[in-house]
Design a protein around this ligand. Structure first.
Ligand code: 2M8
Length: 423
């Protein structure tokens, strides 16, 4: 067996072990429910080894879709598992338009259209597309309707859990929220070291936002009326690609819809306007606060959507993404891409979304560099990412200096995306 075959076999084994029968859970112990973008990223990996199982993953996630189109960030099941906050905190059964199965009331980055396209490219199945494409379209339309805040086409998130939880770019917006007391014991603390996870103060604020949203059936009158409202460039860049992929999927079943392509073009134009020449990055926006770059990897995400022109893409790569002082590999810190710039005061190489390297982030950036025509740069990042999983296993995230695995081990999206990067 070659080294590539052996790594692929180990990755496929992680997905098999995390398979509950109904969905592949993100990690063996820490995350026992179904999460939205985890399932989509897992389906991208499954497209390489077992497309039929990948299609089941998509169907299973869509069980949680709300009547208005939202695909929730978590879909629960009735088995007793060790995770809090669970379904009782969200109370979806009391909300208008919620599905029969219990879910959370917020969403997550819309990778699903991209996953459905990957499945169809690997193993065409028209019936499957006819079944799921209208559901994905309804979700995108919901985002454009419920999460719009102006005419730009950009959408806002209303909870940090809709993107990268405790990323420093959310700190100022979150600090405006009065925390509430935690009425449950955090299950993550039973499995993981405190230094690798969000603080209790952050959790108190997360729960205060959930309370606020739950009182409104998770449908604030507009994003700007939510206590936390943020124009996350990672979320919006993922949506731009997903809109393109949705347009492609409509094409595969005989067209009849051009809204998705137009939405993608609008989003790209709006993202392009956020370029900051001095920072070689893009400006994020806090709807209740400042507009500017944040020294987090989200500032670079328009690359994923192929937004920068050739000159900007090269500058962003050289001065930010691959810069040893910022997100790229350096002598003391050879593993990249860091989720926070090493030059930022907030950089913390062990703590969750505040510095460590994540395989899904690298995967988005590899695809983006390819899309921007930087093939050699994409290849360099692809190789580094595969070397990291080869060295340290399929962890949830990694210490950029040592490559030490952090968070959950045997993490599904790390395994799934390694499978994709190997192909
Ligand atoms: C993390 O989020 C959950 C809350 O939703 C948690 O911390 O318990 C995030 O990394 C999120 O992006 C991911 O989807 C989820 C499951 O892997 O875990």
């Amino acid at each position: 067996m070659t080294a590539v075959q052996s790594l692929a076999a180990r990755a496929a084994e992680v997905l098999r072990r995390n398979d509950t029968g109904l969905f592949v859970k993100p990690g063996p112990r820490v995350y026992p429910f179904q999460w939205n973008w985890d399932s989509a990223l897992v389906a991208i990996g499954l497209a390489r080894v077992d497309p039929e199982r990948g299609r089941a993953e998509v169907r299973s996630l869509l069980r949680g879709q709300w009547a208005d189109g939202m695909v929730p960030h978590m879909v629960f099941h009735a088995e007793s598992v060790d995770y809090s906050p669970g379904p009782e905190v969200w109370g979806s059964s009391e909300c208008r338009g919620a599905p029969g199965v219990a879910t959370s009331g917020i969403t997550q980055p819309p990778v699903l259209a991209t996953a459905v396209r990957a499945l169809h490219e690997a193993d065409p199945d028209r019936e499957f597309l006819e079944e799921v494409v209208p559901a994905v379209d309804a979700w995108h339309r919901w985002l454009q309707r419920d999460r719009r805040f102006d005419d730009s086409g950009l959408v806002a998130i209303v909870h940090p859990w809709e993107s990268a939880d405790n990323a420093p770019r959310f700190d100022a917006a979150l600090a405006r929220v009065d925390p509430r007391e935690l009425t449950f014991t955090r299950s993550d603390r039973r499995h993981l070291h405190e230094a690798e996870r969000p603080t209790d103060l952050e959790y108190g604020r997360y729960m205060a936002i959930v309370d606020h949203l739950r009182d409104r059936g998770y449908r604030p009158a507009s994003p700007s009326e939510a206590p936390f409202a943020y124009v996350d460039l990672a979320f919006n860049s993922i949506l731009a690609v997903a809109e393109d992929d949705l347009a492609w999927l409509f094409g595969a079943i005989g067209g009849g819809e051009d809204g998705a392509a137009a939405r993608a073009a609008r989003l790209r134009a709006a993202l392009a306007e956020r370029w900051d020449e001095t920072e070689a990055a893009y400006r994020e926006r806090d709807l209740h606060g400042a507009d500017g770059t944040t020294e987090t990897v989200a500032d670079l995400f328009p690359v994923y959507a192929g937004v920068p022109n050739d000159r900007q893409a090269r500058k962003l790569f050289a001065e930010a993404l691959w810069s040893p002082a910022r997100f790229g590999p350096s002598e003391d810190s050879p593993w990249a891409v860091t989720t926070v710039s090493k030059s930022s005061a907030a950089y913390d190489p062990r703590r969750y979304w505040r510095g460590p390297v994540w395989i899904n982030i690298n995967w988005f950036l590899v695809r983006g560099l390819q899309r921007c025509g930087l093939a050699a740069e994409a290849e360099e990042l692809r190789r580094l990412t595969l070397r990291l999983v080869e060295t340290s296993g399929f962890a949830e995230y990694y210490h950029p200096e040592t490559g030490e695995p952090l968070g959950s081990r045997d993490f599904s999206w790390s395994a799934a995306l390694a499978l994709d990067l190997l192909s």
